[in-house]
Write a protein that binds this ligand. Sequence first.
Ligand code: NAP
Length: 244
Amino acid sequence: MIKTAIITGASKGIGAVIAKRLNELNYNLVLNYRTNTALMEELIVNFKNKETKNIIVQCDVSLYEDAKKLIDEAYSTFGTVDVLINNAGITKDNLLPLMTEEEFDRVIDINLKGTFNSCRHIAKRMMKQRQGRIINISSVSGLAGNPGQVNYSASKAGIIGMTKSMARELGKKNILVNAIAPGFIKTEMTDKIPEEIKAEMMKNIPLQRLGKPEDIADCVEFLISDKASYITGQVISVNGGFYM
Ligand code: NAP
């Protein structure tokens, strides 16, 4: 029986690499993105495994009804969803005295409320299935804080609290909910960070390299496997030792 996974924010960066990995692991995929249709289509065209089925659902996960559409389309196409990965996220960095209300609200809406929205809409269905795995992508910023990221670290810390509450609620239905807290991973999101700040951050990474999206995909692969069937409510840091 082929399993099905939903990945939000799958058009590039970490989400796209997780999608490639799950394709190789023989999952049917429901791939979500918000703006770049060409990128999303190109990802599927280049999938190595052509035996599975993939659908694309364009929507903004920060909108409650859009997230409902994502989950509804997944279930109407595949009947069951085994894995939900809440990966969609943005940054809008600014120092606290300069941060606008819009910068704060947008980051909370996409990162935190977006994660709530898709979990909220899938919860009853996964409970009915009596099985499921949910992985929420948090961040080292949610654990340690980061100057310029009051909005982002609040959203990512919120995801951790939400993950733990969901794990407590859903465990009795055999739904496992965990968070991954990536460190500094090389994607478009981190390409925006000025070189001098990157150099400063590198000094504090014991493994002396940036993470790769594949490092996060490895952790996802483990958390959705049978080998992780007694792990729930955890935050797994994948950060090269950047924060311990
Ligand atoms: P990225 O390269 O900027 O990709 C973000 C993805 O999210 C894109 O596919 C984007 O699609 C999608 N997205 C953004 N807003 C959306 C919305 N409202 N609805 C649906 N999709 C939306 O980012 P990344 O670096 O891969 O980050 C992925 C996740 O890991 C994020 O949650 C991020 O906070 C987290 N993370 C990243 C790092 C890092 O170092 N890179 C570290 C810690 C945590 P469109 O472009 O089509 O809008």
